[in-house]
Write a protein that binds this ligand. Structure first.
Ligand code: FE2
Length: 346
């Protein structure tokens, strides 16, 4: 009988780049994003806590503290995982127009690769990374194809029509949601070589091709929607049920920040919907996982919470196991795109 540990975390891209490059999207969007009304490009017209965080250096000072807290939680999570000694880590993460593009967008996909091989720093352009490693450095992680086959097979038998893949389709096939998380879990480069089974979730749904997973519109027509929260929850529930009956010790992990400023139209794409996120957090704290299952997709989209669908899979799994959340840290922000939740579920 398998044993399961639940983990929720983030894969925040700006964390990869040194502070002085101001890698947070807002620093760039203020100059380039036509969706932000002209008067809101002036920090004098922002809400007070947002102005304070921006400070006199466009957020550089605040970012140091923000990143330090997020990284401190990553170190805690790393140690928890090492103490648990998993046979593998199943990670739910979004594919933002990375492995899946116009030729196929599956709602979910089990990536049953033999090996994950990726070059995450190629996404940074000419900017260096915080480790001072070469821009073309290749990382490899063992996959878990046997568990991938078993999981996809059992899900299909249980009525979830689960796609699977044995090799990448575009690029290195390891979206930043997975790659960044692994880099952060090995922050101090002490080694973190547990096999990884990525399961993609099409979180960007109606925007995945139209916006190519980012903040720039590339097409007029919206795409079909993301899988519903109800379906994500069901997938998580069944995944936990299947793996609990397996011989493996498994970490079930969701990786994403919550409400994203660049997806939140009601805040003019300037800042995230912190109020909506706080409500989600309260439900998790109280173990009220079913409220997550019943979230209307449209409400998540209106709050820029597209990527929270990864966490809805985790919530379904934790509901199945009756696990309780221990919050490691909840880091709010107005200017660094999205608040970060990091948590352990036992
Ligand atoms: Fe993402």
């Amino acid at each position: 009988m398998g044993d399961i540990l639940g983990i929720g975390t983030t894969h925040y891209p700006p964390g990869l780049v040194p502070d002085e490059y101001k890698p947070w999207p807002l620093a760039r969007m203020l100059h380039t994003d036509p969706r932000i009304p002209p008067h809101l490009k002036d920090p004098a017209n922002w809400p007070e806590p947002m102005r304070a965080e921006w400070g006199a250096d466009e957020g550089i000072t605040s970012f140091k503290a923000h990143r330090a807290r997020v990284f401190s939680s990553f170190r805690t999570l790393r140690d928890e995982i090492a103490a648990f000694r998993p046979d593998f880590i199943l990670m739910w993460g979004d594919d933002q127009y990375e492995n899946f593009r116009e030729d196929v967008i599956p709602p979910f996909c089990v990536l049953a690769y033999d090996t994950l091989t990726f070059q995450p720093f190629k996404r940074l352009g000419n900017r260096p990374n915080i480790w001072g490693e070469p821009g073309d450095k290749t990382f490899t992680w063992p996959g878990q194809p046997a568990a991938g086959r078993l999981l996809a097979g059992r899900l299909l038998e249980a009525g979830i029509d689960m796609p699977y893949a044995y090799r990448p389709l575009h690029g290195d096939g390891v979206a930043h949601a997975f790659a960044n998380t692994l880099l952060y879990l090995d922050l101090d480069r002490r080694g973190f070589s547990y096999p990884v089974l990525p399961v993609t979730v099409n979180c960007y749904g109606r925007d995945v091709i139209r916006y190519q997973g980012g903040g720039t519109q590339h097409a007029e027509e919206a795409d079909p929607p993301a899988p519903s929260p109800r379906r994500c929850f069901e997938l998580g529930r069944l995944t936990a049920r299947i793996l609990r009956e397996s011989p493996w010790r498994v970490v079930l992990m969701a990786s994403s920040s919550w409400s994203h400023a660049f997806l939140t139209a009601k805040n003019h794409f300037l800042y995230p919907d912190l109020e909506a996120d706080r409500m989600l957090l309260e439900h998790l704290r109280a173990g009220e996982y079913e409220t997550w299952r019943d979230l209307p997709l449209e409400r998540l989209e209106a709050s820029g919470q597209h990527e929270v669908l990864n966490w809805v899979c985790l919530a379904g799994a934790m509901a199945e196991l009756g696990a309780k959340m221990e919050l490691v840290d909840w880091v709010e922000t107005w200017i660094f795109n999205a608040p970060k939740c990091q948590a352990i579920f036992r």
